[in-house]
Design a binder for this molecule. Structure first.
Ligand code: NAD
Length: 259
């Protein structure tokens, strides 16, 4: 933990990824920021991180394709060197019943939420294996463990990501490399805003009421998780005391998956 690592965090321009990036930067690591962002936003982000002791880089590679993932790997190596910690966090959501689900949304969700994690792991593992140390953390979801209606693509991708995590854990157990999934319930980020707005519109209530309704419908603890809580857990998973935690899918979900 005292050592500085190079850390690639996908989708770190917003929400959970941004909070994770701050946690790792605060701990002295070199962080690669990444996400679909304008030059202006990227510049503002770099300014936001400039006070930390480690180095930072930024890439706007679209990781919905294998080529985009390769671009991100190249950008990362150029900016902060070869990452020994990979955090697959970028993800998108679309809700609709399966019998009405648009094909392009299905493909996009599988590509970003699942395949990108595979391509990036595949490309970064050889160096981790030859160094004899590495950490892969996949930000899955409670929807990697249980299902909700209208989330066929998201649940399929996140269950797939949990499965991928377990395989990576087994294959790399002899090289000091751990692979784990974090499975958040509701976290207060832009990703869940459309779902809050839908409830507000359908039930003609204000946004606070809609948010409470959304969270409380699934979580015994009717409180959304702070994105920094996910960052702190990811940091813990990279620390010495976590070196035998591997292949796990750790819920941070206010009791949602305990039911
Ligand atoms: P967010 O919308 O705030 O951020 C998503 C990030 O992914 C952004 O940086 C965005 O630029 C990036 N991204 C999206 N598509 C991309 C693409 N094609 N190429 C490159 N980058 C892309 O979302 P969030 O809520 O912070 O979610 C982060 C992760 O956590 C996702 O995988 C999500 O499924 C998961 N998650 C979120 C919640 C929640 O309640 N917010 C709960 C469980 C799991």
């Amino acid at each position: 933990q005292n050592q500085s690592h190079s850390v690639l965090i996908t989708g770190s321009t917003s929400g959970i990824g941004l909070a994770i990036a701050h946690c790792f930067a605060r701990a002295g690591h070199h962080v690669m920021l990444h996400g679909l962002a304008s030059d202006e936003t990227a510049q503002a982000l770099r300014a936001e991180f400039a006070g930390y002791s480690g180095n930072q880089g930024f890439s706007a590679a679209d990781i919905s394709t294998e080529a985009g993932c390769a671009q991100l790997v190249a950008d990362t190596r150029e900016a902060i060197g070869n990452p020994s910690i990979l955090i697959n966090n970028a993800g998108i959501q679309h809700t609709a019943p399966a019998h009405e689900f648009p094909a392009e949304k299905w493909q996009q969700i599988l590509a970003i939420n699942l395949s990108a994690g595979f391509f990036l792991s595949r490309d970064l593992l050889p160096a981790m294996r030859s160094n004899g140390w590495g950490r892969i953390i996949n930000i899955a979801s409670v929807h990697g463990l249980v299902a909700s209606e209208h989330k066929s693509a998201y649940c399929a991708a996140k269950h797939g990501l949990v499965g991928l995590t377990k395989v990576l854990a087994l294959e790399n157990a002899d090289r000091n490399i751990t692979a784990n999934a974090i499975c958040p319930g509701w976290v207060e980020t832009p990703l869940i805003q459309p779902q809050i707005e839908n409830i507000a519109r359908e039930q003609q209530v204000d946004l606070d009421t809609a948010r409470a309704e959304l969270v409380g419908a699934k979580q015994p603890m009717a409180r959304a998780t702070n994105p920094s809580a996910i960052g702190e857990l990811a940091l813990y998973l990279c620390g010495e005391f976590a070196n035998t935690i591997t292949g796990a899918a750790l819920p941070v979900d206010g009791g949602w998956s305990a039911q």
